[in-house]
Ligand binder design. Sequence first.
Ligand code: 13P
Ligand code: SF4
Length: 359
Amino acid sequence: MAVTKNTLPDRAAILNARSVEETVRLMKARLAGIVPEIEIAAKGELAFEINQLKRQRNAVILGHNYMEPALYHSVPDYVGDSLELSRISAKTEADLIVFCGVQFMAETAKILNPQKMILIPAQKAGCSLAEGIKAEDVRRLKSAYPGAPVVSYVNTYADVKAESDYCCTSGNAAAVVRYLLGKGHNRVIFLPDEYLARNTAHDLGLQFVLPDEPIDPAKPAIIGWRARCEVHELYKTEDVINARKQFPGVVILAHPECHPDVIALADMAGSTKQMVEYVKNVDAPRYLLLTECSMGDNLAAEFPHREMVRACSLRCKHMNLITLQDTLASLQNLQYQVELPPDIIQRARLPIDRMLEIK
Ligand code: 13P
Ligand code: SF4
């Protein structure tokens, strides 16, 4: 009998399992063919402990779409992309938020919930984009382009957000820039991801320049920065060409942190949530995601009636630091608490709130 979506336990069933044995059984059913059974036996025990402790502490666990499959399918109350998780963290009534994602995401949750304890299971879960720009760089750009609003990708640290006018994510970058053009701005500083900025400029028909390049005054411009995602920049046009030869009918979904030439060859570009929605709703013979590779595994488990091409080995070393062991230790020892100076929280909140108001 073919396995269909409805025959498999969902995340809620795993979260509410009443014993280690039940947790392991449900995880094995959900993750069959994705995670080896021997690994699930050990991870199921950790997941059960985490879910019990989470209830005792009135905690909520948020999991980014790049979490490894056993964790992704067993402990987060909510999964999603950066924007979705920011929105959820702004609304939760839990006393404690454990953020299974990287530092800039946990900082965003802290900015939106300054009175709550926010925990991140690994202390050094960074991001090449967030590390690619400093607050002093933003101050220099603001004085080089007076009057141009600063849009910071959510993949930035709180002190950079504090210097910014708007935030955006990969899911709403074009909407935020379009909104600013509608307000009469013809130059927008967009930080720090060069490729997301180039792709957004292309989508909106704008010119793109880097800070030391000349601007054509007749045309609205995005002024970008030179940071890149160390994972997505590794995808090349040949990967798309080869995948199409090898997997007939494959639909290729690329994250907008990829090079514009890769995006031009893909069938769809969007945030990780937009990729989930696409695979859920659009019928295709098979799908290949050009993004962090755990996500292909996660969707293969979530949508067993869909064929995910899992010819992918690019992992984000920062996201990869978040494990079930460390998530348990995080809840047991209340580590690692995200702390930010109150004035930074106050100033960084404004660009996030402005972003959340733009539909
Ligand atoms: P999303 O907001 O699309 O989930 O992306 C976050 C990220 O870090 C991509 O590399
Ligand atoms: Fe940062 Fe890239 Fe990792 Fe996303 S995948 S957290 S952008 S380094």
